[in-house]
Design a protein around this ligand. Structure first.
Ligand code: DIR
Ligand code: MN
Ligand code: MN
Ligand code: MN
Length: 313
């Protein structure tokens, strides 16, 4: 399997410094070598160029709109390029506004993709429903066709048109959802498994239902967007908006192993690692946990695995 790794050193979709160092700490943690050890053919495509627009005043309450919008276009172009030559793109963020570009770029290559969004948050605020004005809480609103009339064209976003349907999205891990987001989920019938449903049905049932809801026939490409705050903050403390009561390591591994097993992953986003938050121990734990989950998405199974072609020596 050919994996293209792409760094997205970006933080302007939210207000804390640090997520721009996500790609660096994940690379330093050995992510490329660890994927190679699984037998994957890994090509590191370096970092996307990020843009910083001067005097980027808020528009319709959204902060840094030009910076986020124009950087998202560069991300989309680069993701498209990577996916034309590789089987899967691994996008190392970066705050979660990165998904505007990664999903837009992926959809150019895989127009029939579905989105699995693993997050404590729904990230589907429109600029008007958002309290924070942070665009990392809005990426899906810019991408969903049914929301087009609810979302103003922000400066920097002229290039973007919505590319997915509300019914193509499934959430797992939600536990901090704003009122406007909840209304959107219900009004447009978005599949959403909060921690309440994870507790009620168990992670195995939740993953199966999520996959079946977006793709009953099991043949569409999967864009997996993983916000590390989906996991419990005891596991990934170095992140900007931790929420207690999150996914356990085993639940997260289960999601990753099952999604890998479909063989239909086209892109994995890894968002919101912020190595400047917490102490050294928090940072190391967050990076270690994140890398261990990424490996599960690319074939590392708890039951054991070996590279293609391997036999008993
Ligand atoms: C909140 C928090 N819903 C917002 N969102 C976060 O700012 O829109 N997303 N933290 O990851
Ligand atoms: Mn989140
Ligand atoms: Mn569709
Ligand atoms: Mn998020």
């Amino acid at each position: 399997e050919r994996i293209g790794v792409l760094g997205i050193p970006f933080s302007k979709g939210q207000s804390r410094v640090g997520t721009e160092y996500g790609p660096e700490v994940l690379r330093n943690g050995g992510i490329v070598r660890k994927l190679q050890n699984l037998g994957c053919h890994v090509q590191d495509h370096g970092d996307v160029e990020v843009i910083q627009v001067e005097n980027d005043d808020p528009e319709e309450n959204a902060k840094n709109p030009r910076t986020v919008g124009l950087t998202s276009k560069l991300i989309a172009d680069k993701v498209e390029r990577v996916l034309r030559s590789e089987d899967i793109c691994l996008g190392l963020g970066g705050d979660h506004s990165m998904a505007i570009g990664t999903i837009a770029g992926n959809a150019r290559v895989e127009p029939d993709l579905v989105v699995l969004w693993i997050d404590a948050h729904a990230d589907i605020n429109t600029p008007m429903t958002s309290d924070s004005g942070n665009i990392h809480g809005m990426p899906l609103a810019f991408l969903v066709r049914e929301l087009e009339s609810y979302v103003p064209k922000l400066p920097g976003f002229e290039w973007l048109s919505p590319c997915i349907h509300a019914k193509d999205i499934a959430y797992i891990g939600l536990r901090d959802v704003d009122a406007g987001e909840r209304k959107i989920i219900e009004k447009f019938g978005i599949t959403a498994f909060s921690m309440q449903e994870v507790d009620k049905y168990g992670i195995n049932e939740v993953v199966e239902r999520a996959l079946r809801a977006v793709d009953p026939e099991g043949k569409r490409p999967i864009h997996l967007s993983f916000d590390v705050d989906a996991m419990d903050p005891t596991l990934t403390p170095s992140t900007g908006t931790p929420v207690i009561g999150g996914l356990s390591l085993r639940e997260t591994y289960y999601i990753a192993e099952e999604v890998a097993r479909t063989g239909r992953l086209s892109m994995v986003d890894v968002a919101e690692v912020n190595p400047l938050l917490g102490d050294e121990k928090d940072k190391k734990l967050t990076v270690d946990m994140t890398i261990s989950v990424i490996q599960r998405f690319f074939g590392n199974r708890r039951g054991g695995c070996y590279p293609p072609g391997y036999d008993i020596p």
